[in-house]
Design a protein around this ligand. Structure first.
Ligand SMILES: [Zn+2]
Length: 370
């Protein structure tokens, strides 16, 4: 064998070896790809065996129940809770086709959703992601509380949304002394010689009684705010705004009456003939509050009952909360003017108004237990 022949055979053997190696490696690569495919398929089958079958909902007077039906047990995490919406991620689950298609409007994806639109829940948006679904619950009622639990046979996730605002409480009370400053309200001038002359101004009586009502309510679990603390002119609009600003639960305006007919006397209480936005709730609650205060006044003050009336007074029809206006007596009437001049009488009136407010509060807060 020559040197050249040797190198040639060596080279041939090497070539075969290399080719063999190459073949083996291709075979190995095929096996690798094949096993990888099988593994990933089994992995995905393992990872998302569950199917979201349906979204059901039922509306109750103060509760909305949403049920997510699935093939197998659901695992979930609560991702985000705000006052307007709640995000819950369902893991290892794929939605059935009716919930899986994401459509696009220009560049904005439109997720499949279930519209509910009752008093509490607006809709449920389903955002399918890789082996999971983000369920977004959009709420109509701010501050609704919710409860979430899983039930077996059949597997389902239940969400109850409960309206918290149904548990109404009377916490903030705005007392509005009528008139003030440049607006004295009704005025009575009484002259009997020089020494016994006096003036009665409605604004002073209103303020005095209002301050006393506030005093009477001290120690109860309420916060009382007066629209004015001193003899100052404030507009009707401001009074309404102030009550809104403090998120008042009720608004009680205190006035004294006057009439041309000096014989007219008695106590009357007003509620709005038509409340803000024609709200039936506001009108009804105002009426209840008026009844509470008026009945308390008539029972204790031995005054003539001029009744509970409706009117279109600015502060009543624009109030954001149940609102009433109390006319505690006629300063144009000799007898009642004399009573209203007495601080002991004004104190009694204030006590009785406070009692009426508390009676109404009690009635409202009792209802929540139903
Ligand atoms: Zn007045």
């Amino acid at each position: 064998m020559t040197k050249i022949q040797m190198t040639k055979t060596m080279f041939r053997i090497l070539k075969i070896r290399i080719l063999d190696l190459f073949r083996i490696s291709i075979f190995g690569f095929r096996i690798f790809v094949f096993s990888a495919l099988i593994l990933s398929a089994s992995y995905s089958a393992y990872c998302a065996p569950n199917v979201l079958k349906n979204v059901r909902h039922h509306s109750y007077p103060n509760k909305t129940r949403i049920v997510l039906d699935s093939k197998e047990a659901i695992t979930y995490t609560i991702e985000k809770t705000g006052s307007g919406e709640i995000h819950i991620r369902l893991h290892n689950i794929t939605p059935v086709s009716k919930f899986s298609q994401i459509r696009h409007f220009l560049f904005f994806p439109i997720y499949p959703h279930v519209t509910i639109n009752d008093r509490i829940v607006k809709k449920v948006k389903l955002k399918p992601a890789y082996h999971s679904i983000d369920a977004v619950f959009k709420l109509n009622a701010r501050g609704a509380s919710y409860n979430i639990f899983y039930l077996k046979n059949p597997a389902r996730l239940v969400l109850d949304f409960i309206k918290v605002s149904d548990r109404r409480k009377i916490k903030v009370i705005v007392i509005d002394p009528g008139h003030g400053g440049k607006d004295p309200g009704a005025v009575r001038r009484y002259r009997k010689g020089l020494i016994f002359s006096y003036n009665i101004r409605e604004k002073d009586i209103n303020l005095d009684i209002s301050k006393r009502v506030k005093k009477c309510l001290r120690g109860t679990d309420t916060r009382v705010i007066l629209t004015r603390e001193k003899d100052k002119f404030i507009s009707l609009k401001y009074r309404v705004k102030l009550a809104k600003k403090y998120k008042a639960d009720i608004f009680v305006s205190i006035h004294a009456n006057a009439a041309w007919d000096k014989r007219m006397r008695g106590i009357e209480t007003y509620y709005p003939r038509r409340a803000r936005n024609k709200s039936i709730f506001l009108r009804k609650e105002s009426m209840k509050l008026a009844e509470g205060i008026h009945e308390s006044l008539i029972r204790h003050m031995r005054a003539r009952d001029r009744g509970i009336k409706n009117a279109m007074f600015y502060v009543l029809r624009n109030a954001y909360m149940p609102a009433v206006l109390v006319e505690v007596g006629f300063i144009s009437n000799y007898y009642e003017a004399k009573l209203l001049r007495r601080s002991s009488y004004r104190k009694k009136v204030a006590q009785v108004i406070a009692q009426g407010i508390l009676e109404y509060k009690n009635e409202v807060e009792k209802q929540k237990g139903e």
